[in-house]
Ligand binder design. Sequence first.
Ligand code: B12
Length: 209
Amino acid sequence: MNEELSKSLSDLNEDQVLNLVKKALDDGAGTMDILSACRAGMTQIGKRYESGEYYVSDLIMAGEIFKQAVQLLGGDAQKNAGGLRDKVVVGTVKGDVHDIGKDLVVGMLRANGYDVIDLGVDVPADVFIDTLEQSGARILGLSGLLTVAYDSMKDTMNRLTTKGLRTSIKVMVGGGAMTDKVREYIGADAMGADAQAAVSICDRWTTEV
Ligand code: B12
């Protein structure tokens, strides 16, 4: 069942995924096993996106199917769908309200087990800092598509330094026309071109520690 479920998710076959999840539940399969088959499907989707076979629209659809599958699983699975791994604080920075890409990043991170605290859009530096301090998260993801967002990102980095948090928090940036030169200007640790890159960066950082 697991392989068939992973494959139908990675093929974006919504009806089949939902039917297989229902059948597995009827047959008494454990919700965590079903969840992990869904995750394996999401990993495949990430690979197919990286290889150019899938587009952003496919990632959006995969995220929607995954969400519905998790809803069918209910209870523990819903809690664990994004809570098995490290905490990541994510938001679109002050002055910017673009959130389509940020939501994709949040969705992919959650589908890969990260416990994401999504602060939404137009987020001031202080809110990022307070959330990091209160949650104990050690990864921050800043999204922004406007040129003015770069200064908000830099401002957030400066606050991290002032608060003495710079060395304990890893920061990734992304959105729209982000480049490595801009990342350097901001002073972030990594930049990601897409939602799958955000997952790869977090995977790298969480296995390094
Ligand atoms: C949709 C859109 C809007 C919508 C936003 C709706 C929403 N809910 O997000 C609305 C209409 C509200 C809007 C408003 C504005 N917009 Co607009 N908008 C766009 C548009 C067409 C698409 C953006 C988008 O969603 N792309 C799809 C997503 C999936 O891509 P993405 O965001 O880049 O995210 C991916 C990656 O970048 C990455 N990623 C994203 N975040 C992160 C974070 C991390 C940590 C990592 C690792 C990766 C990562 O992963 C994502 C998934 O692959 C772009 C043009 C374009 N082609 O990009 C203009 C664009 C971004 N907008 C622009 C402008 C100017 C504006 C306005 C100022 C217009 C105005 N005069 O009012 C306002 C700004 C409002 C504000 N204060 O933010 C300009 C920005 C120019 C600039 N360099 O400053 C653009 C480039 C259009 C243009 N060519 O002029 N906009």
